[in-house]
Ligand binder design. Structure first.
Ligand code: MSP
Length: 475
């Protein structure tokens, strides 16, 4: 079995605060990485910021900051949320970083030029400055940009283009054969259908005036590299592509890029085409998750249903947020989150579930056992970890909480706390077995609730019941 595991989050735009949707992506990446680490793999979790966007220029100007100052502040905010969520990442890549990212993006560009896949052409289209996007007539609503409701500018400009169309067939074959695995199947079908319709060549650069802080096109300083050969390249520039090969050789191809369904086309068509053109191996898989909604609706300020991850962390603790995202949201579909459901699930599964169970078992152990239960180091958990190998995070969580339920039932049916009073030896044996099973629950909890996992193990080693409940009930 391969020894290394490389997993990536998308890189986030710095023009908005991270919300629950972003928290979801990074949390599941962290859970998947921890699960692989527990299986003995050397893991590498990459995350970062997609900074070369013109969208920030207005804000920067208004706040009287330099682009660099603004971006550094945003990075601190991102990192703050990660640390509050208990995310253990290995690198935070910034695409404005001229030392790490730019050499990679420019090296890849040159490689595509060498292959003969980049050419210059005149691009004409309807450009919305707010979206930084070209629209076609049929995208417009009454002749206006559907997002900003402003009339787009008709623009004609010289651009470099990438021969995406050339790679349609080969990418389709690789996806159909699962050489590039797309999970879930519905997303795979969606992308195969798109490939069946054919891909058109895409515009690959922009005039430097649009994004003055963007990455210059090698050999043509009047143009900057457009998002594709900039943002997507982060997955390899972070590993040193274009400057230092050590990490790159160790971790590329990535085991999985975790993405939301809205950026599937970029990752399942454009990125593989670029890698093929450069003669590099393709990422092994894409995990495409759904969107987090609230009360069945997309979170929006107007609806007033935006849920701030900080607020939930503050009130319930970071592990409660990790628990909800792991168990109550399927990684393959849209998932709903309301404050009411969050509280209900917290009380039922954390306060009552694992919290209460730990107190019950460890109280019996503390009162009735003469010494801590000794735990065998080796235990076969392959059935449990198989869920993570196929990205079935909520099923993995179900597996643990089923075991928690069955321990609760065992205590209720067999009442070891009573048995120990009449038949000490038999009672002690039952309690000892419960402690062993609680230990394996603690082991399994590690990817989802890393702190609680350690707390339970420590209590077992000291044969003590927790002084305060692991999760305090909320009314
Ligand atoms: N910068 C690009 C990605 C480039 S990757 C080379 C981008 N950034 S983003 O900040 O807009 O979004 C990043 C990720 O957050 C996407 O995967 C997107 O699907 C995800 N989400 C944004 N809103 C979301 C929800 N409400 N729910 C779940 N994920 C959502 O796109």
């Amino acid at each position: 079995m391969a020894k290394n595991f490389y997993i990536t989050t998308p890189i986030f735009y710095p023009n908005a605060k991270l919300h629950m949707g972003h928290a979801y992506t990074v949390t599941i990446c962290d859970i998947l990485a921890r699960a692989q680490k527990l299986q003995g793999k050397e893991t590498y979790l990459l995350t970062g910021a997609d900074e070369n966007t013109g969208k920030i220029l207005k804000v920067v100007e208004e706040q009287g900051q330099t682009v660099e100052e603004y971006l550094n502040q945003v990075t601190l905010n991102f990192k703050d949320l990660y640390s509050k969520l208990g995310i253990s990442y290995d690198q935070f890549i910034k695409t404005s970083d001229k030392e790490t990212h730019w050499p990679g993006a420019q090296a890849l560009w040159k490689k595509l030029v060498e292959t003969g896949d980049i050419y210059k052409a005149t691009y004409s289209g309807l450009y919305c400055v707010g979206c930084e996007t070209f629209y076609t007539e049929k995208d417009l609503v009454e002749g206006k940009c559907p997002v900003h409701l402003t009339v787009p500018e008709k623009i004609e400009e010289e651009n470099y283009f990438f021969k995406l169309s050339k790679y349609t067939q080969i990418i389709k074959e690789k996806i159909e054969s699962n050489e590039l695995l797309i999970v879930p199947q519905t997303r795979k079908n969606e992308i195969v259908a798109l490939l069946d319709r054919g891909l058109e060549d895409i515009s690959f650069s922009r005039p430097i005036k649009n994004v003055p802080h963007g990455i210059p096109v090698p050999g043509d300083p009047s143009q900057v590299i457009y998002v594709w050969c900039d943002a997507l390249v982060n997955y390899i520039s972070a590993l040193g592509y274009g400057r230092n090969t050590e990490l790159f050789e160790k971790f590329w191809p990535a085991n999985v890029h975790v993405i939301g369904k809205d950026i599937l086309r970029f990752h399942a068509a454009i990125w593989p085409a670029m890698l093929l053109s450069a003669g590099l191996p393709l990422q092994k898989s894409l995990l495409v998750h759904g969107l987090i909604t609230s009360g069945g609706h997309k979170m929006s300020k107007t609806l007033g249903n935006v849920i701030d991850p900080y607020e939930l962390i503050e009130e319930y603790g970071f592990e409660a947020v990790r628990y909800y995202l792991a168990r109550e949201v399927s990684p393959f579909e849209d998932g709903d989150l309301t404050k009411e459901r969050f509280k209900e699930s917290y009380n039922a599964n954390l306060a009552n579930g694992i919290g209460n169970l730990t107190s019950r078992i460890m109280k019996m152990a503390q009162d009735n056992l003469d010494a801590p239960v000794s735990i065998a180091e080796r235990e076969d958990m392959s059935q449990y970890f198989a869920f993570y190998d196929s990205f079935e995070i909520s099923k993995a969580a179900d597996f643990v909480w089923n075991e928690i339920k069955s321990l609760d039932q065992y205590i209720q049916e067999n009442q070891p706390f009573k048995v120990v009073k009449t038949d000490k030896e038999a009672g002690q044996k039952m309690i000892g077995e419960l402690v062993v099973r609680l230990y394996s629950v603690a082991r399994m909890l590690n990817p989802i609730l890393p702190e609680t996992s350690e707390k339970i193990k420590a209590l077992i080693k000291e044969n003590k019941t927790p002084e305060v409940p692991l999760f305090v009930r909320k009314d």
